[in-house]
Design a protein around this ligand. Structure first.
Ligand code: NAP
Ligand code: MG
Length: 400
């Protein structure tokens, strides 16, 4: 059988611990027998980030800008304990944060649904994709404790000397105070990323804020989305048979619970943080959640939503058998291959991505799965056979 080829490299970012092991196995067992991989390889494993003073992360992000498609393995974000464990010269920043800052993207997270794993909300038969704005609001806030009676004001000083002031509150006693901000440019990028992703996946967009209460701040988000939609996207959306809707966040939550899924729920930074945990849990498992970073100028970076699964890695190092779920990492690869297939009109590559996903899901529905899914799975007449990390991949390969 001749292997499937494609022309433009995919940016491949290797990572850490258990997911680093799974990464090599997925390539060996499920991809390389069928696809002649053409990747530009960056080792984002913590040891190489240390060796290159984290330059490798910056280089990888710039390569994604050049080739427009990347696939990333989970990586360690160092904390004090990791600095000691890996003897690091510095507490390097989160690679995802670095890449996000360079690509100026929005993160879309979607659950992977499998026949036999029922979501806690029974009507959610299709995935709900959360698009979370990744800049500003309380994540870049300025907070103060007020320790007694005082007047608090907002003050904005422009370079030409103009000053705008507004009273926040007359404190009758001690209390707390917080300042937050956002930028038109960042909100605009967020809107374009959502609309582009909607077109590329043929799903409608629901955007929600609290503009009835926040009449300037949240209302600005609503206006920017509406303006960009009308001027740049309405026609394309109508042609694709999808829609854009704005609702107040309270109404949105009620509509989401009553819905069947199958759309993109665009949310401000905090709302997206909280609601993505709710949605992931309701669908069953973090190991069944994909994540893709999409930039407004059309760069795509695919990864799993979970981390490096440290506890399993230490078992693996001791020679013990592990049962780590590789589904989200397989879907990161299939997502990247499908996107490359689309960009080159390569139907063989697109079809391979579809077949790889179908073989993975059918393997689970026929009872072969890693241990994390065993308790969540029930299908009448199907016996469950728990698999090791590697034998699960081999079961998928038999079907593929
Ligand atoms: P984690 O790696 O997601 O694992 C937390 C726990 O969730 C695991 O111990 C395991 O539970 C379960 N789990 C997660 N993924 C699984 C999978 N694929 N198969 C089976 N079980 C899975 O999170 P963490 O332990 O908080 O973080 C570990 C490292 O990952 C940290 O250094 C962190 O910085 C990094 N991290 C990276 C990313 C990223 O690159 N995108 C994201 C998050 C965290 P049991 O132990 O009960 O089996
Ligand atoms: Mg969170």
């Amino acid at each position: 059988m001749s292997k499937i080829k494609y022309a433009t490299p995919i940016v491949e970012m290797q990572g850490d611990e258990m997911t680093r092991i799974l990464w090599d196995w997925i390539k060996e067992i499920l991809i390389e027998p069928y696809v002649e991989l053409n990747t530009e390889f960056y080792d984002l494993g913590l040891e190489n980030r240390e060796k290159t003073a984290d330059q490798v992360t910056v280089d990888a992000a710039n390569a994604i800008k050049k080739y427009h498609v990347g696939v990333k393995c989970a990586t360690i974000t160092p904390n004090a304990q990791r600095v000691e464990e890996y003897n690091l010269s510095k507490m390097w920043l989160s690679p995802n944060g670095t890449i996000r800052a360079i690509l100026d993207g929005t993160v879309f997270r979607a659950p992977i649904l499998v026949n036999g794993m029922r979501p806690y909300v029974p009507t959610w038969t299709k995935p709900i994709t959360i698009a979370r704005h990744a800049y500003g609001d309380i994540y870049k806030n300025s907070e103060m404790r007020v320790d007694g009676p005082a007047t608090a004001e907002l003050v904005v000083s422009y370079p030409d000397g103009r000053v705008d002031r507004q009273k926040i509150a007359d404190f009758k006693g001690a209390g707390v105070l917080q300042g937050v901000h956002n930028l038109d440019a960042s909100i605009g990028s967020f809107a374009r990323s959502c609309f582009n992703y909607a077109l590329s996946t043929a799903q409608s967009v629901w955007f929600a804020t609290k503009d009835t209460i926040s009449k300037t701040y949240d209302h600005r988000f609503k206006d920017i989305f509406a303006e960009i939609y009308e001027n740049e996207y309405r026609e394309k959306f109508e042609k694709a048979g999808i829609s854009y809707d704005y609702t107040l966040i309270d109404d949105s939550v009620a509509r989401i619970v009553r819905s069947n899924g199958g759309f993109i729920w665009a949310l401000k930074n905090y709302d997206g943080d909280v609601m993505s945990d709710m949605v992931a849990t309701a669908y069953g498992s973090l190991a069944m959640m994909t994540s893709v970073l999409v930039s407004p100028d059309g760069n795509y970076e695919y990864e799993a939503a979970h981390g490096t699964v440290t506890r399993h890695y230490y078992k693996h190092l001791k020679g013990e058998e592990t049962s780590t779920n590789s589904v989200a990492t397989i879907f990161a690869w299939s997502g990247a291959l499908r996107q490359r297939g689309k960009s080159e009109d390569n139907s063989a590559l697109i079809e391979f991505a579809d077949r790889l996903e179908k073989a993975t899901l059918d393997t689970i529905s026929s009872g072969y799965m890693t241990k994390d899914l065993v308790g969540l799975f029930h299908l009448d007449g199907v016996t469950v056979y728990p698999q090791s990390s590697r034998s699960f991949l081999e079961k998928i390969a038999e079907r593929l």
